[in-house]
Design a protein. Structure first.
Lengths: 440, 164
């Protein structure tokens, strides 16, 4: 008599489909997946521990590296959480800027996810087109923040720099390009037999399971639950914007693909609306008065010749903090114990210099009151929450990130069990697992 | 009636403290009442907390915030969300250092499974009745629990390469 046994198969961590950071131990019966054990933690960098050792402002570079495909959303989430702890509001214009940057990031994130999972199914050209579109958007990000990935753009109480002159026109141009790519990708994928058959009815998860596992974001919406933090707990100015929350019906890979494609369109709509609504800041730089180069101002200040500097504006690169005083007040909260003063004040008068030092010196810094807050924002993969405990000192007592990928990865066995081994690739691709936020 | 008031009304003796700092409703409850209150949160129609959004712990060793020493070293923090009513609540339970044990919520919300493994990994709190309580982010051979306040930030214990 012959005996059959299930086969154990190890996938990853150094397997191209696992992106090098996930290990799955599968029990296979023929090609059917019977059981799967997921091992995470290969990219653990102690984000939460590191945040406890640095000042609040110094946490921002770490948040860039959580979800490294949409770092701006992490920045915004952390800043909002600290602002909630401090109880401050930021100026209207900075809220619009934050929304614009978050939505650009959401599109780049979805483009990466859809493009990469199409590539893993053999549609290489879609991947290239989508990365091209992502490049357009990253050019926009680069123009404002000065960096492409490790942007550290958002500040507690505002943002680092205002939008550059003519940015809206450039953005509209790029949005048109991105729309073209989306149509192209839709034509290449949606009615593509291979893509359709590999996605339809694969990697299904029921609504009950998704809720029970705490899954959020496109993954949950594909099962038919219209839960979006931007709608349910509107933060920033999302309540003033008109956008829809796309939902799926079956919760399979194809639905997740459709939800992501539609969300990109909605995000582009949001960006367009923001440019129409954004309150006038001094963006069309009306630099009357004396403008001197930054280096010259520093030199004069070093020699103690600050008396003449009080009325002067400094000419700085637009991506640098406080590029002229006039820009400054419309993008940063007027709160001296939180927000760094404009560079003109730092260089030009003793009060500004003291203020600057009080915020950057070790042992001083931003000191929120004793307390704890949890603030969720809608990340590209779902609810991204920051839970911060403050003991009243200049660095956080505890920073906890609720990473959207984490519950999705916990629920992944529900999607995989019963499918074929080869279906692992599209299902795992549709999770858009970002190890940076999963392992922290 | 807010969820906080509803819980206060139902379990007046099980509650140690409540607050709503910056609008986040928080209830600190006695550890032995966790399962009862958790079931109540999930099954009461007007509360209907069907999401366990987040579960984590905080180590209050050497904590001096507000000049109040905490009675117990750890706190386990739960964040719940109700999709239907769109409200949230935070439940906290104090945990003694000498008996670091908490009841598991895996049977009520499966999402607790991985979160509790993470808390075990990072803080060394055991969850009674957990089906698979092993480390999740660190490797099995790792000594100690990294997010405890008495674990030095610069301590190294790699599997290969130079030790401390």
């Amino acid at each position: 008599m012959t005996q059959t046994r299930n086969m154990l198969l190890n996938v990853g961590p150094s397997h191209p489909a696992m992106h090098g950071v996930i290990r799955m131990i599968m029990e296979l019966d023929g090609e059917k997946i019977k059981d799967v054990d997921i091992e995470i933690g290969y990219l653990h960098r102690a984000f939460e521990k590191m945040c406890e050792t640095v000042m609040y402002t110094q946490c921002f570079p770490y948040t860039d590296r959580l979800n490294y495909v949409s770092p701006l959303i992490n920045n915004v989430g952390f800043a909002l959480a600290v602002e909630k702890l401090l109880g401050i509001e930021t100026p209207e214009r900075s809220k619009y800027i934050r929304v614009i940057m978050s939505e650009i990031s959401r599109v780049t994130d979805h483009l990466t996810c859809v493009g990469a999972s199409a590539m893993e199914l053999g549609a290489m050209s879609v991947f290239l087109y989508m990365i091209k579109a992502r490049e357009f958007l990253w050019e926009l990000v680069e123009e404002i923040t000065g960096a492409r990935l490790t942007i550290s753009y958002v500040r507690i109480g505002g943002v680092k720099a205002d939008l550059t002159p003519g940015f809206a026109d450039k953005a509209f141009e790029k949005i048109a390009e991105v729309r073209k790519v989306l149509i192209e990708a839709d034509e290449l994928l949606t009615r593509n037999r291979i893509f359709f058959d590999r996605m339809k009815n694969i990697g299904k998860i029921t609504q009950e399971d998704a809720i029970a596992y705490g899954v959020t974001g496109p993954f949950l919406r594909a099962t038919g639950v219209a839960y979006d933090v931007r709608k349910s707990n509107p933060y920033l100015i999302y309540d003033k914007l008109d956008f829809e929350v796309p939902v799926g019906t079956t919760g399979d890979n194809l639905d997740r693909y459709f939800v992501r494609m539609e969300e990109m369109e909605q995000s582009l709509r949001i960006i367009e609306q923001c440019f129409q609504q954004i309150p006038d800041g001094p963006i069309a730089a009306d630099l009357t008065g004396v403008v001197i180069p930054a280096a010259e101002m520093v030199d004069q200040a070093k020699m103690g010749q600050t008396a003449d500097l009080i009325e002067d504006e400094v000419s700085l690169d637009p991506t640098l903090q406080g590029s002229t005083r006039k820009y400054y007040n419309s993008i940063n909260a007027n709160k001296k114990d939180v927000v760094l003063p404009a560079k003109e004040n730092t260089y030009g008068n003793i009060e500004g210099l003291m203020n600057h030092f009080k915020l950057v010196m070790y042992g001083h810094g931003i000191k929120p009151p004793v307390g704890e807050v949890y603030l969720p924002v809608e990340g590209a993969n779902g609810e991204l929450g920051f839970y911060i405990v403050s003991d009243g000192r200049d660095h956080p007592w505890r920073v906890r990130v609720h990473p959207p990928c984490f519950p999705i990865m916990a629920a992944l066995p529900k999607c995989l069990i019963g499918d074929m081994m080869a279906d692992l690739v599209p299902t795992f691709g549709s999770v858009n697992m970002i190890a940076g936020e999963l392992d922290r | 009636m807010t969820p906080l008031q509803r819980i206060q009304e139902q379990f007046p003796t099980q509650i140690i403290e409540t607050h709503a700092f910056r609008g986040d409703e928080t209830v600190i409850i006695r550890p032995e009442a966790l399962l009862t209150i958790a079931k109540f949160l999930k099954e009461t129609p007007e509360l209907d907390f069907n999401f366990l959004m987040d579960l984590t712990a905080v180590d209050y060793l050497f904590y001096a915030g507000g000049r109040i020493q905490k009675e117990f070293r750890f706190e386990v923090v739960y964040h719940f969300l109700s999709l239907k009513h769109n409200h949230r609540i935070r439940i906290k339970i104090p945990v003694d250092e000498k008996k670091p044990e908490v009841d598991t919520l895996c049977t009520i919300w499966p999402s607790a499974n991985w979160y509790e493994r993470e808390v075990w990994d990072m803080y060394g709190l055991r969850f009674k009745g957990h089906p698979n309580l092993k480390r999740i982010l660190m490797y099995e051979e790792f000594q100690g629990h990294a997010l405890r306040k008495d674990y030095p930030v610069n301590k190294r214990q790699p599997l290969i390469g130079p030790q401390n």
